[in-house]
Each structure stands twice: as structure tokens, then as C-alpha cells.
Design a protein around this ligand. Structure first.
Ligand SMILES: Nc1ncnc2c1ncn2[C@@H]1O[C@H](COP(=O)(O)OP(=O)(O)OP(=O)(O)O)[C@@H](O)[C@H]1O
Length: 689
């Protein structure tokens, strides 16, 4: 037992307990009201009525006591269920029992008080009875006296008659007698009045007691109604208790039934278990033996597999060796063809790019376009000069104004590949100020120029070759302005000098120049941005500084053949030259003339170097300017050079355009001879292919 049934829920039990407590409280209040009423009546009413009322109230009290005991009994009955059901209800019952005990003791106390009041009422009744008796006696005495006085009157009349006949003395006596008679008569009247008042008082007392009786009757009716309600509530509680008990019983039966079912099921399963257990045991034993044998079997299988794998691997490595050999041959062949192609194109290549006419160029006079390209001939260009005289130029490649940055770079790309292979390469942009040199070399963020594209290609080539070659790329950047060299990768832009390397190799050397090793294209992009920023910063105080300075980006690519250990040294010089306009011809003076002379000294020196190379002279005047001095090892014989000549298409610039194109034509005629690859064989001996 002791099963908590959901029907007889905690909340319903709480509700029952709460209703019982409420009933008891109501009863208690009712008793207290009645007792108050009783004491009030005792003080107000006469003895006889009070007596009756006391009797009534006592009876009422008795009936209330009875109700209480019934409720208590009901509570005790209810307490049986909770004891079986749960400890919460037991506690609740305990509380109720305590409460009932408290009520009983309070009721007893009230009963004692009632008895005391009864005694007091009896005494007061006795006193009132005494008083009434005394008053009745007094009335009787007064009536008797009145009777007596009435009886005396005829005697007075006789006296009066006697006086009439007898004497004046007797008349006086008669007057006195009359006076006394008068007094007696007054006394009688007052006594009568008193009597009437007493009668009136008695009538009022009767009326009052009648009222009280009515009230008592009303109270009795009320008590009856309450009693009926209480009885009803008790019946209701009884009914609910029975329902709860029945529900709890049915629930326990159901629960018991389900437990029984479970028990039977368990029993069934228990009986079915031993055979399963036996099967499992045999399975386990067989598995154990399998596991024991498995390691032997597994070891043999692994050995077989190992043998197969090593055989396959040796086969593979043989095949790989063949493949690698083939690949090497292929690469060598590719390089050879590439070299042949570049050589066929010429190791010095002259490209020309015609700048498109932009909005900002249209504010001057002479806006007509005088430079035209030939859609059928990628090398031809013609300039209309004067009246109908046109000059035709033939260069390695001419880019029309709408040519894209990518198209220009495609022409340059083979040179970048050569640099990785170990060649020294120089690419420079030449042309008058504003003709688009910086645009072609640096470009914009959205549309980068040769510099960024070349470096991107360089790193992607390196990535492609990583299985056979390892490369170290380092970069430095300088600006030459007024023949002064500044490091564009140092913050303060310190001035630098060019010297011969003290190691006796005759190589050039710039002490203090920052040479930064770069691992990725992203890194080099940051350095390019830094160089651009520094060039702008250094030039802020000088008018048209950037137009008059040469910017050089120098990249060294050291390669190591992972198989043979051979080492290559490739160099790539990317140069954005200063404006090539003939300032000295325009009558510049002082500082401006000096500046123009210095700028043009570099450009003139470049022209001289080109001229000497063209004439295959023994002495090439590299040392005539810092620019040619720096470009010495990538511009001369055995190297690869590309010059991008930038020209404006507008009539207003025709003079400078003609100059630039004539210079380009001269460069075109230079023969640098076959390019030499800078490679050191694995053993350390220097060798040029
Ligand atoms: N092919 C082109 N397409 C669009 N805009 C161009 C092109 N070439 C040059 N420009 C624009 O023309 C202007 C001048 O070009 P840029 O600064 O490159 O000339 P520059 O020759 O380097 O001049 P400077 O000698 O003064 O440095 C720039 O605003 C540039 O963006």
C-alpha cells in the first residue's frame, strides 16, 4: 500500500484540509458571536427571559459542540487516508487535530464562562424577583391604604352634619378634618399615579421581553440554517472522502495489476535468458579464439602488404626517375626554345605605347591626334608632322591607345621567366612627362602595371618549380634625383653612393642600401606601396619632383637546383625614367637648368650607352651617370632589355613624340648578342651558358 493515487492529488487534499479548517473557524466565530449576544442579552433583559435565552444558547452551544465533534470525527476519518497516502497529509491531519483540540479547549473555556454567566444571571434574576415582590407588596399596601381612606369618607360627612347643628369649634375641627381629607385625597391621587407608572413600566418590560423573544427566535432560525449548511458540507466532505478512497483503491488495484504484469514479464524474460546466455557464451568463446588467431593472420597480411607496397614503391621510384629525367629534358628544351624565341625577337626589345587622349589633356591647343597605329601591323606607327608629312616608325611592338595593362605585360612576361632562369633583365619606361610611364610601370591599385604583374608572375613560376628549384627573392628600391641616390625602402630616405664591391669581383655595390628578402607576393606588394609613398614624401617640397626623378626597383632571384645543387642569379631592374623632354632647349636657368642637365645627363648617358652598344664599341660608358652605373649589369651585353617608349598622340606633343620615337629607333638597332645565363654548377665553378 502507500501508493499515491493521482486522483487523490496533493492539491485536492490541500483543498479538503483548507475547507475543514474554514468550517471550524466559521463555527468558532459563530460560537463567539452567540456568546457575545448572550452576555449582551443578560445585561439588557429581565431575569425570566434571560433564563430562557441562556437555556436556548446552551442548547445551541451543545449542538455546535456536537457539530464540532462530528467534524473532528470526519477529520479523523480523513486522516486515515493520508496516513496511507502520504506523509504530507499526515502532517496536515496532525495540524487539523491540533486545531480541533485548540477549538475544544477554547469551547470548554467558553462553556465555563457560560456557566459563570448563568450563575450571575440566576443571582440577578433572584434580585429582580425580590425587587418585584417588594414593589408588588408596596402596591398592595398602597391599595389597602386607599381602601381604608375610602372607607373613612362617610364618617367625615357625618361629622360635617354634626358640626352644622352643634358648634363653631366643631366647625374648625371639621375644617381641619377636611384639610386632612384633602391631603389624603392628594396622597391617593399620587399613589394612583405611581400605580399607573408601575403598570406602564411593567407593560414596557413585557414589550421589551417580547422583542427579545422575537430576536432569539430569529437567531434560532439562523443557527438552524447554519447547522443545515454545516451538515450539508459534512455530507459533501464525506462523499468526497469516499470518492477519494474509492479512486485511491481503484488506482492501487490498477497499479498492483501493472506491477503484477511487469513481474510476470520479468519472470518470462528471466526464464528465456539462460539459453541466450549460453549462445552468447559460445559466441564469446569463438570470438576469443578468432581474436587470438587474428594477430597472426593480421601480421602475415601486413607483411604481404608491406612487400607489395615496397615493390610498388620501387617500381614507382624507377618510373618517377624516368619521368623526372624526361621532365628535366623537357624543361631544358623549353628553356632552349624560350631563349631562341627571345633571341629571335632580339635581346633588346623596343615597345611603344600610345597614351589615350584623356579629359584632362583636352584643355590645351593642338588637340588633334597625330599619332596613328596600324591595325594590320603590330610594329608600325606613324606620326603626322607639319602639313601632311607623316613619319613612319617600325619598332618591335606598338600598343594602340586602348591596349590594356595585361596586353603590355604579356609582351614582357618571357623576360620575367628568363630572370628566374638566371638572366639579368632590365625593363624601363621612357618618354616625356605625362606620357604614361608611371601608369605602365606601376599602374593603379585596381589596374596594376608591369611591376606588380612581373612580381606576381615571378612568385607563381617559383611555386610551379618548387619541386625542383628553391628560390630566394630579395628586393631594393632607389630613386635618382639630381644625380642623388635615395633609398625608397628606408624611412628617412638617406642619400646613398655607388661603389665597387671591395671583394675584387668588380661588381657594383651601394653601401647602406636596404635589400629585403621577400617570401610572398603580398609582402612585395607592401614594399612597393612603401616605395611609392616614400617617393611622394621625398618629393613634396620639389615641384614636379616625380617627373624629374628616376625610380628603380631592383629584384635579385637566387635559384638552387634541388637535384644538382647548381645555383642561378637572376636580376630584374624595373625602371620608371624621368621625363625625357628637352628642358635645356626651352631656356631654363639656374637651379632648373642644373636639374634639367642632371636629369638629362642620366638620359644622355643612357643614350650614349645605347649608342656604344649599337656600335659594338669596346668601351661602354656606363659610369657617366648614376643611372647607367646602376643598370650596368643588366643593360649591357649578354643581358636582356626591354624599353617601353611612351608617347602622346596629341599634336601639341608631336616634337617630344618624334624625339622619343627616334631614340626608340636607335635602341632598336642595338645588338646585345646572345644572352648569358648566370649559373654556377653544383661543384661551384662559374659558368655562363
Ligand atoms: N594607358 C593609359 N590609360 C589611361 N590613363 C593613362 C594611361 N597612360 C597614362 N595615363 C594617365 O595619364 C596621367 C599621366 O600619366 P603618368 O603619370 O603615368 O605619366 P608619366 O609619364 O609617368 O609622367 P611623369 O614623367 O610626370 O611621372 C596619369 O593620370 C595616368 O593615369
Amino acid at each position: 500500500m502507500g501508493v499515491d493515487h493521482p486522483v487523490y492529488s496533493k492539491s485536492s487534499r490541500h483543498r479538503q484540509g483548507y475547507v475543514s479548517r474554514q468550517l471550524i473557524d466559521e463555527l468558532k466565530n459563530c460560537i463567539e458571536e452567540r456568546e457575545d449576544e448572550l452576555s449582551r442579552l443578560r445585561t439588557e433583559s429581565g431575569a425570566t427571559d434571560s433564563e430562557k435565552r441562556v437555556v436556548c444558547l446552551s442548547a445551541e452551544n451543545e449542538s455546535l459542540k456536537h457539530s464540532l465533534s462530528v467534524t473532528q470525527g470526519l477529520l479523523q476519518q480523513l486522516s486515515v487516508i493520508p496516513t496511507q497516502s502520504s506523509s504530507i497529509l499526515i502532517k496536515e491531519n496532525e495540524n487539523l487535530r491540533c486545531r480541533v483540540q485548540q477549538l475544544e479547549s477554547s469551547l470548554q473555556h467558553r462553556a465555563e464562562q457560560l456557566a459563570h454567566l448563568e450563575r450571575q444571571s440566576e443571582q440577578s434574576d433572584w434580585r429582580r424577583g425580590e425587587e418585584l415582590r417588594r414593589r408588588e407588596e408596596r402596591v398592595r399596601e398602597l391599595q389597602l391604604e386607599l381602601e381604608r381612606e375610602r372607607g373613612r369618607e362617610p364618617q367625615v360627612k357625618i361629622v360635617t352634619q354634626t358640626v352644622e347643628v352643634e358648634s363653631p369649634t366643631t366647625l374648625m375641627q371639621l375644617a381641619e378634618a377636611r384639610e386632612s381629607n384633602q391631603q389624603l385625597s392628594e396622597k391617593l391621587t399620587s399613589q394612583n399615579e405611581k400605580c399607573r407608572q408601575l403598570e406602564e413600566h411593567i407593560r414596557k418590560s413585557d414589550e421589551f421581553s417580547c422583542n427579545l423573544q422575537h430576536k432569539i427566535a430569529a437567531y434560532e432560525r439562523e443557527i438552524n440554517v447554519l447547522r443545515q449548511e454545516l451538515l450539508k458540507e459534512i455530507d459533501h466532505l464525506e462523499q468526497r472522502k469516499e470518492e477519494a478512497v474509492a479512486a485511491a483503491a481503484s488506482c492501487s488495484v490498477e497499479h498492483f495489476q501493472s506491477l503484477q504484469d511487469q513481474f510476470f514479464n520479468l519472470q518470462k524474460r528471466l526464464t528465456a535468458l539462460p539459453p541466450t546466455l549460453r549462445t552468447m557464451k559460445t559466441d564469446y568463446a569463438s570470438l576469443r579464439s578468432q581474436v587470438r588467431n587474428f594477430s597472426d593472420f593480421y601480421g602475415a597480411a601486413i607483411n604481404d602488404a608491406k612487400k607489395q607496397i615496397s615493390a610498388a614503391m620501387s617500381e614507382m621510384s624507377e618510373a618517377n626517375k624516368d619521368l623526372l629525367e624526361k621532365y628535366r629534358k623537357e624543361v631544358a628544351l623549353r628553356r632552349k626554345y624560350h631563349e631562341q624565341l627571345v633571341e629571335l625577337k632580339g635581346n633588346i626589345r623596343v615597345l611603344c605605347r600610345v597614351k589615350p587622349v584623356l579629359k584632362e589633356d583636352q584643355h590645351e591647343d593642338g588637340q588633334s591626334v597625330v599619332v596613328t597605329t596600324d591595325p594590320n601591323n603590330e610594329s608600325a606607327l606613324s606620326v603626322l608632322k607639319g602639313k601632311g608629312r607623316s613619319h613612319n616608325f617600325e619598332l618591335d611592338r606598338v600598343f594602340h591607345p586602348q591596349a590594356t595593362q595585361e596586353e603590355v605585360f604579356q609582351e614582357i612576361e618571357p623576360l620575367i621567366t628568363s630572370c628566374i632562369d638566371g638572366y639579368h633583365v632590365c625593363i624601363f619606361a621612357y618618354g616625356q612627362t605625362g606620357s604614361g610611364k608611371t601608369y605602365t610601370m606601376e599602374g593603379s591599385t585596381e589596374n596594376p602595371g608591369i611591376n606588380q604583374r612581373a612580381l606576381k608572375h615571378l612568385f607563381s613560376e617559383i611555386e610551379d618549380r618548387k619541386d625542383m628549384w628553391s628560390y630566394a627573392v630579395s628586393v631594393s628600391s632607389v630613386e635618382i634625383y639630381n644625380e642623388v641616390l635615395r633609398d625608397l625602402l628606408s624611412k628617412d630616405g638617406e642619400k646613398l653612393d655607388i661603389k665597387i664591391n671591395p671583394d675584387g669581383t668588380g661588381q657594383l655595390h651601394v653601401p647602406g642600401l636596404r635589400v629585403i628578402e621577400v617570401k610572398s607576393f603580398q609582402h612585395i606588394k607592401k614594399l612597393l606601396a612603401q616605395a611609392r609613398r616614400n617617393r611622394i614624401t621625398f618629393g613634396t617640397q620639389m615641384n614636379q619632383h616625380s617627373s624629374r626623378s628616376h625610380a628603380l626597383l631592383m629584384i635579385t632571384v637566387l635559384g638552387t637546383d634541388l637535384a644538382s645543387g647548381a645555383k642561378t642569379t637572376g636580376k630584374l631592374n624595373l625602371v620608371d625614367l624621368a621625363g625625357s623632354e628637352r628642358v635645356w632647349k626651352s631656356g631654363a636657368e639656374g637651379e632648373r637648368l642644373k636639374e634639367a642637365q642632371n636629369i638629362n645627363r642620366s638620359l644622355l648617358a643612357l643614350g650614349d650607352v645605347i649608342q656604344a652598344l649599337r656600335g659594338k664599341e669596346k668601351h661602354i660608358p656606363f659610369r657617366n651617370s648614376r643611372l647607367t652605373y646602376l643598370l650596368q649589369d643588366s643593360l649591357g651585353k649578354g643581358n636582356k632589355t626591354a624599353m617601353v617608349v611612351q608617347v602622346s598622340a596629341l599634336e601639341s606633343n608631336v616634337g617630344e613624340t618624334m624625339c622619343s620615337l627616334k631614340f626608340a629607333e636607335r635602341v632598336c638597332k642595338v645588338e646585345l648578342g646572345p644572352a648569358a645565363r648566370k649559373i654556377e654548377k653544383g661543384g661551384g665553378s662559374h659558368h655562363c651558358d
